[in-house]
Design a protein around this ligand. Structure first.
Ligand code: FAD
Length: 408
């Protein structure tokens, strides 16, 4: 009887275990994670969860009984400390070992902590990646009104956290090193919208400003920016991106390049070893580019594809990327990747406030759609991209023409 071992029991790993069973794997499944909580959804950590004042439950990916029903051995609070590809053995922090026939590395990513003086010695400095991190932020944030918060990094995690905490404290400052928000992940048009939104909500946004050092004074913690300003901070949230967790892969000798490099069937360069989710660097045929995506969609879709490959059903991974972000009353939904676009169309729905969509084209080919409070645009954009539909840009920009597939 064969064993599939999965390291990491988050969106990628837990879904992979369930998919293996669903698709007919009859052998043992061992799912191991250093985190002590029942595997949970991470996106709410920076959204609804942070605004709760009383802890609150983490949202489990699957109920505890499901792992039993599916005969999945879930080892929580256990770290895989070593791996050997020749003997196909994993060493665990609880002193045991696991022999595998197939191994899935779903080790995800960790919050990057930049080398800013004081970042690891001053009190009140947090990152946000895990349930434990969210609890620590909440604990440091009782009676938040009028407390000063400095968010370092204006990406999605930084901005979602800023939105959640601004509702509670009213005194959030975001420091962003680049000249605009979301520089790594979204086009300028969208970044501009979010800058205005946060500013209208009273958040101070400083672009082109890095945090230079963090100091502990007798009056509390301060962050000094490259603009020469010293910002008082009852709480500092560092949201400057992540680094893939590839230590185990390195021990196994797999090829690494911005994460664990995998082929179209999500296999690493080492036999019987696969990698999925935030840690996997893959080539996307539609966008003709190597990439590592940090999204729930990518983790879940890769979990499904890798299960099929382990079961001997060759399945190339080529899912269409999508992502979402919630900030205040805004629901942003994105489909496709806008990288390399030559042309964009903004469509504003006349009758609704804060309801629009941005459509990105490379010449005539639709690459991506960002939909702001506009589920219709997201659904339609997804359909158009999947079907390589030619869209009439002039009609698209005209909000008086209804949003229906046969009218654009
Ligand atoms: P991870 O979730 O990083 O999980 C990896 C797991 O591996 C961890 O639990 C870790 O403990 C474990 N692990 C690593 N090494 C070992 C080891 N040696 N031994 C044992 N266990 C190990 N995505 C969206 O699409 N939409 C959103 O709105 C969104 N919001 C987010 C908000 C926050 C606050 C965060 C942190 C992420 C958000 N994301 C969002 C991103 C999304 O959560 C990630 O893309 C997703 O979690 C990736 O899943 P994963 O399983 O690949 O990796």
């Amino acid at each position: 009887n064969k064993t599939c071992a999965i390291v990491g029991a988050s969106h990628a790993g837990a879904n992979c275990a369930m998919e293996l069973r669903k698709q007919g794997w009859e052998g043992a499944i061992v799912l191991i994670d250093a985190d002590e909580n029942l595997p949970y959804h991470r996106p709410p950590l920076s959204k609804a969860y942070l605004s709760l004042t009383d802890g609150g439950d983490f949202n489990p990916l699957f109920a505890a009984e499901r792992y039993e029903e599916e005969n999945i051995t879930l080892a929580q609070g256990v770290t895989v400390t070593a791996a050997d590809a020749t003997s196909k053995t994993l060493a665990l922090s609880n002193g045991t070992s696991v022999k595998y026939d197939a191994l899935v590395l779903a080790t995800g990513a960790s919050a990057f902590v930049p080398p800013i003086p004081g970042i690891d010695t001053c009190s009140g400095v947090h990152v946000l990646r895990s349930a434990k991190d969210a609890l620590a932020i909440q604990a440091g944030f009782k009676n938040a009104k009028d407390k000063n918060i400095v968010v370092i990094g204006g990406g999605y995690i930084g901005l979602e956290t800023a939105a959640s905490l601004q509702k509670m404290s009213g005194k959030v400052t975001v420091l962003e090193r680049e000249e605009r928000l979301l520089a790594r992940v979204a086009p300028a048009a969208l970044a501009h919208f979010f800058q205005e939104l946060h500013t209208a909500k009273g958040v101070t946004i400083k672009t082109g400003v890095s945090a230079q050092d963090i100091l502990q004074t007798k009056d509390g913690t301060t962050v000094t920016g490259t603009d020469g300003v010293t910002y008082p901070a009852d709480l500092v949230l560092v949201g400057v991106g992540v680094r893939p967790n590839s230590v185990l892969a390195e021990k196994l000798g797999t090829t690494l390049e911005n994460g664990i490099k995998v082929n179209e069937q999500l296999q690493t360069s080492v036999a019987n070893v696969y990698a999925i989710g935030d840690v996997a660097q893959f080539y996307h045929p539609r966008y003709q580019k190597w990439m590592r995506l940090e999204s729930v969609q990518n983790a879940v879709d890769q979990a499904r594809a890798v299960a099929a490959n382990i079961l001997g059903i060759p399945t190339n991974y080529n899912a269409l990327p999508w992502f979402w972000s919630d900030q205040y009353h805004i629901k942003l939904q994105m489909v496709g990747l806008s990288h390399g676009y030559t042309d964009l169309v903004v469509r504003k729905e006349d009758d609704k406030e804060d309801c629009f969509s941005i459509w990105y084209f490379k010449d005539d080919a639709l690459l991506a759609v960002d939909a702001v409070n506009n589920g219709k645009a997201f659904v339609l954009g997804t359909k158009f991209i999947k079907n390589n539909t030619l869209v009439d840009k002039e009609k698209l920009a005209d909000a008086s023409i209804p949003f229906k597939p046969n009218t654009l």
